[in-house]
Design a protein around this ligand. Structure first.
Ligand SMILES: Nc1nc2c(ncn2[C@@H]2O[C@H](COP(=O)(O)OP(=O)(O)OP(=O)(O)O)[C@@H](O)[C@H]2O)c(=O)[nH]1
Ligand SMILES: [Ca+2]
Length: 492
């Protein structure tokens, strides 16, 4: 009897010990699994890109987690700084001063990026259409402007990677990369979105088309292999068709007669400003010569009529001939549009101001018609805080955008709603700079990175249940074997 009680006690003790050890082992196993895979304290890396545009320069700071830089959607803009004054190409008279203009934004970048990361932070400057035009006019002046900015950037504590004039093709293609990277479309391998960028001196259109683009017009074809997917891109940059240069083209058309005043339907009734012929005709975009008159200026008078304005604007495009299967304008090849599209930069500034970011093409035309016909004094009164230069030009800019998109790129009433006017995507500005940096830092791999077969939570849960199962199997084995061993002992 006492021998049986002893046996029972020993059995209970063994069960308790096994249970405690088992539970401890499971807890230890799961804790190790969780801790091992827990992300470390987030540390960030940084990159800086200067967008030296025709109208102004902007400094963009990007950051991404230090230990996982190959993950899409992870690089984001943390800060942007708008350089005071006009774009670097406007320093052609005093090229040496172009660099100095960047100093305050560069100081801001120094204070925002942790000191320990300064040396390893890549710094790029890309100049666009303003510098392309200056180079066309005077290569030596454009070189001097670039040397001046180079000197300032080289003396910064960051890892300076060069300042150059990027090509229109790069500008278009990297704008497309940015938009699709930020909307997470590249890693998913799902459909992509086209990109429409409107600057001051040039405009870009980029979208995925089929491989025929390379056969028909190689200069418009760009191929990317990203995350294991091939993308065949159509891209074109129209130099002189940014909104500031387009206005010069339209004014040159209207001042050819040499009259002392021009009645312009693209400006509000009551608007009247004296403009110098030089401000219009000095641009390398304007081919026509200044009219043969002794006056230096003309009076620019508003007439406020959007449909007449669209006729004026249409005349700055050349639709007369096309040596390809199809063209947009100025004899440039364009395959059929494939939507959706994201339209940013001035496409957004203008359409957002005019409240035209949603709705049909017809309703946009009607709204613009009403807006352009309103008196200039009323417009000024209603928007006292908007820069007068921007305010005066919204009627022209809106008409130009409608004409560029429909007459130029061939968007119709049906495809109009494929266009989304955007400024930022997930907190980062849409534009070429992010795509440019991702490309130069090899941050988007050509092949899809290997991913673990199970997500972290699934892996821990599975581990927990397998441990639990093992524990019960062990317990059952013990439960059935122990009495058997006990009775054997008793028989001996
Ligand atoms: N209405 C309005 N216009 C703006 C604003 N910022 C810039 N613009 C104008 O919009 C046009 C395009 O601006 P950006 O996209 O910065 O052009 P950019 O990069 O300097 O020019 P590109 O070198 O041709 O790309 C220019 O005419 C600017 O003067 C804004 O906040 N509001
Ligand atoms: Ca630009």
């Amino acid at each position: 009897m006492s021998c049986q009680t002893k046996g029972k006690n020993a059995w209970y003790k063994a069960v308790i010990i096994i249970t405690v050890l088992g539970i401890t082992a499971i807890v230890a196993l799961v804790t190790t699994a969780v801790l091992q895979n827990k992300p470390l304290l987030q540390k960030y890396k940084y990159g800086i890109v200067l967008d030296a545009g025709s109208s102004h320069t902007a400094v963009y700071i990007y950051e991404w987690p230090a230990e996982k830089d190959n993950d899409t959607g992870r690089v984001q803009q943390t800060h942007s700084c708008k350089v005071q004054g006009a774009g670097i190409s406007s320093y052609s008279v005093f090229p040496g001063q172009a660099g100095a203009s960047l100093k305050s934004c560069m100081k801001e970048a120094e204070s925002l990026i942790p000191l320990s990361r300064h040396l390893e932070t890549p710094l790029y400057l890309g100049a666009t259409a303003g510098m392309r035009l200056l180079r066309m006019e005077n290569q030596s002046l454009s070189d001097q402007v670039l040397w001046s900015v180079e000197e300032v950037l080289q003396s910064s504590p960051f890892s300076y990677q060069g300042a150059r004039i990027i090509t229109g093709q790069e500008e278009g293609a990297f704008g497309w990369v940015t938009v699709n990277y930020l909307s997470d479309r590249l890693k998913q391998g799902s459909g992509t979105t086209g990109a429409l960028d409107l600057g001051g001196a040039s405009t870009q259109i980029s979208f995925v088309a089929n491989q025929d683009v390379a056969e028909e017009s190689a200069e418009n074809a760009v191929t990317f292999r990203l995350y294991g997917n091939d993308y065949f891109l159509y891209t074109h940059s129209f130099l002189c068709y940014g909104k500031d240069q387009a206005l010069k083209l339209a004014l040159a058309q209207q001042t050819q007669s040499g009259d002392s005043s021009v009645l312009d339907p693209c400006f509000h009734p009551g608007y009247s400003v004296d403009r110098s012929y030089f401000s219009v005709y000095s641009s390398p975009c304007v081919m026509a010569g200044k009219p043969l008159v002794s006056r230096d200026s003309f009076t620019h008078v508003g007439a406020g009529n959007a449909s007449l304005c669209q006729e004026v604007v249409r005349r700055i495009f050349n639709f007369s001939s096309c040596s390809f299967s199809r063209c947009s304008f100025n004899r440039v090849y364009q395959p059929p549009l494939q939507g959706p599209f994201g339209a940013f930069s001035a496409f957004y500034f203008v359409m957002n101001f005019l409240n035209l970011t949603s709705g049909s093409l017809e309703s946009s035309r009607e709204k613009l018609e009403r807006y352009c016909s309103r008196p200039w004094t009323q417009i000024k009164q209603q928007h006292p805080d908007v820069k007068e230069k921007y305010l005066a030009e919204y009627c022209f800019s809106g008409s130009y955008i409608l004409s560029l998109l429909t007459d130029g790129y061939n968007f119709t009433s049906d495809t109009w709603t494929d266009i989304t006017f955007i400024k930022k995507i997930s907190g980062s500005d849409a534009g070429w700079t992010l795509g440019y940096m991702l490309n130069l830092t090899n941050m988007i791999p050509a092949e899809a990175p290997d991913t673990p077969p199970l997500p972290h939570a699934g892996y821990v849960t599975l581990l927990f249940f397998i441990s639990l199962l093992l524990f019960f199997l062990l317990f059952l084995c013990f439960r059935f074997l122990w009495p058997h061993r006990n009775s054997q002992t008793q028989m001996i």
